[in-house]
Design a protein around this ligand. Structure first.
Ligand code: ME8
Length: 555
């Protein structure tokens, strides 16, 4: 028996390591996920958005030791920083999983017991290389740094290099518990062929499809000897071993649905989307599907007695770089999002939304990008200040000045007569353009569609010149028609911005007297909102104030 038809849109982010404070890369992944979650809520779907932290393993053990703290106390302190960043960025997750929580640990141990009992675990010796920053095993054939040169070594230690991050590898030789890997290669290859949208974007699909053309290692480690890694979940049937941190962390995607189904009778699995960075693609599209296949029939609590289905989609976003390098906690070249928002953008009442707009519009989702503060300031001044802020401010000020603050009615069929048919058509098409872009997580295209409407609306103001109409009493109806149409445009833009810039969206709709209710897709589909005839709110914040010129500058 399979679970009843699933209605919940279940999306996940990576569980971040707690070896150091979050940087803009982590912020980016969670902002993208948050925007996706909010967008699907706007569509009226039931959404469950999960994020959290990955708290076990050698890397955290070492960072805690360096800080003179116990791993748990160290993890607790870093988790607090992640959680306050998510608050600052307005991240709307429904649950936050920490891999050290009993609800996770107990289910991981139960899964291990069941796998062991079913005879699906192999005790195997492993000889090869280990990248501690990435917590990843590499075979002799895979080493060679990012250039792929197997003879490349770290000049200081003489050790070979990690093929993904380029840092020196450590030799390992140990006996642990493994799952079969190579036996799964053929069905996984076929699965990719049959499910072309399982891995997005296409470049990442191609990468894994070609990886699967080469033989995979025979097995994949899931538990390591305790004398190597002390900080991890104990293997219940072999206390001399602890669970390998990647196996532990990946399982969060089902330990939470398992718990939720028990408590709420709500079926979350399979995930609609695992949103990840391209650095952890292989773990999510090779090892994780293999784990799920090995769990067939063993976790009926998810709602499936036989096969455990794979997630609908794994989307791997690109990485933000500083210079030529990936930004990373271990490399120490990070941009701190908290400083950026609370200090650099201190003059902005909606600083978090400015940052959200910058990272989501700056690069096509899936590609790498270079973070620059100048780029951020440019987006703030041009797109947000000159275009969006200006449109809202002008429209509302003119409604104040010429209509005593009362929003004039507007009918779509009257737009021709006042020369705004083009604007009306574009606004009407906007929700669908945004939806189409969001289907493939193209946040920048979605924002671009919204900003094109903003630009057109500003042009329409210039053309219609309400200030001229206001001087001619016989043009009163036309003046009100134009301002009414602009009010509809601003309101719909405000609704469509909700997933991307939630606080700005709320403020735009508040100023337009739309009420406190969360906006719906229906609100965007209707030209005239329920606020027609209402009076604008008086206390209106400037959305994107220009920073005060530094002393000695300007006039
Ligand atoms: O890999 N640019 O955790 P992690 C953009 N614990 N995004 C970046 C980034 C950058 N420079 N650096 C990191 C782990 N990210 C594991 C995951 S999942 C079960 C376990 C983002 O702390 C990106 O989403 O290294 C990347 O995949 C993730 O943070 C890795 O975070």
């Amino acid at each position: 028996m399979n679970a009843a038809k699933r209605k919940t849109t279940y999306l996940t982010t990576p569980l971040y390591y707690v070896n150091a404070s979050p940087h803009i890369g982590h912020a980016y992944a969670n902002l993208a996920a948050d925007t996706y979650a909010r967008f699907h809520r706007l569509l009226g779907e039931d959404v469950f958005f999960l994020t959290g932290t990955d708290e076990h393993g050698q890397k955290i053990e070492r960072s805690a030791a360096a800080a003179g703290m116990s791993p748990q106390a160290f993890a607790d302190s870093v988790v607090a920083r992640f959680q306050s960043l998510w608050k600052l960025l307005n991240i709307s997750h429904d649950d936050y999983i920490r891999t050290t929580q009993p609800r996770h640990v107990e289910r991981v141990q139960e899964i291990l017991r069941r796998l062991h009992k079913a005879g699906r675990l192999i005790q195997a010796a492993y000889k090869g290389w280990y990248c501690t920053p990435d917590e990843t095993f590499w075979t002799e054939g895979e080493i060679g740094g990012p250039t792929g040169d197997p003879t490349a070594v770290d000049p200081q230690s003489g050790k070979p290099l990690c093929p993904t991050c380029g840092r020196p590898l450590e030799p390992v030789e140990e006996v642990g518990w493994h799952l079969k890997l190579r036996d799964h290669q053929e069905w996984l290859k076929q699965y990719l062929k049959d499910n072309q949208r399982f891995i997005r974007p296409q470049t990442r699909y191609n990468e894994i499809a070609s990886l699967l053309e080469q033989p995979l290692p025979e097995t994949w480690c899931i538990a390591r000897p305790r004398h190597r890694v002390g900080w991890g979940i104990e293997v219940p049937f072999d206390p001399g071993c602890v669970v390998y941190v990647w196996f532990d962390a990946l399982l969060n995607y089902i330990t939470v649905p398992w718990e939720i189904r028990e408590k709420e009778k709500r079926t979350l699995w399979p995930a609609s989307l695992h949103l990840i960075g391209k650095d952890i693609l292989r773990h999510h599209t090779v090892y994780w599907p293999v784990v799920l296949r090995e769990l067939a029939g063993l976790v009926p609590e998810l709602g499936y007695d036989r096969d455990v289905p794979l997630p609908d989609m794994v989307y791997a976003h690109g990485l933000w770089k500083v210079g030529e390098q990936k930004m990373s906690k271990s490399l120490g070249n990070v941009v701190d999002p908290v400083t950026l928002i609370t200090e650099r953008l201190a003059s902005q009442p909606f600083a978090a939304d400015v940052f959200r707009y910058y990272v989501l519009s700056e690069i096509p989702f899936g590609q790498d990008g270079f973070f620059s503060e100048e780029g951020l300031q440019t987006r703030l001044t041009t797109d947000l200040g000159n275009d969006l802020g200006n449109l809202v401010n002008r429209t509302l000020s003119m409604i104040d000045r010429y209509c005593g603050g009362k929003i004039p009615p507007s009918r779509q069929e009257d737009l021709d007569a006042i020369g705004l048919r083009g604007l009306g058509d574009r606004v009407r098409a906007l929700p669908e353009s945004v939806r189409a872009a969001m289907e493939d997580l193209q946040f920048s295209l979605a924002l671009n569609a919204i900003m094109q409407v903003v630009t057109l609306a500003n042009q329409s103001i210039e053309q219609a010149a309400p200030w001229q109409l206001a001087k001619q009493p016989e043009k009163r109806a036309q003046l009100e028609g134009v301002l009414g149409a602009l009010a509809c445009t601003v309101r719909i833009v405000g609704v469509m911005l909700k997933p991307f810039m939630p606080a700005v969206s709320d403020e735009i709709r508040r100023q337009l007297a739309c009420g406190d209710a969360a906006p719906t897709w229906e609100d965007a589909a209707h030209w005239e909102g329920r606020n027609a005839g209402a009076t604008l709110i008086r206390d209106r914040a400037v959305l994107f104030p220009r920073p005060a010129p530094a002393a000695g500058q300007g006039k």
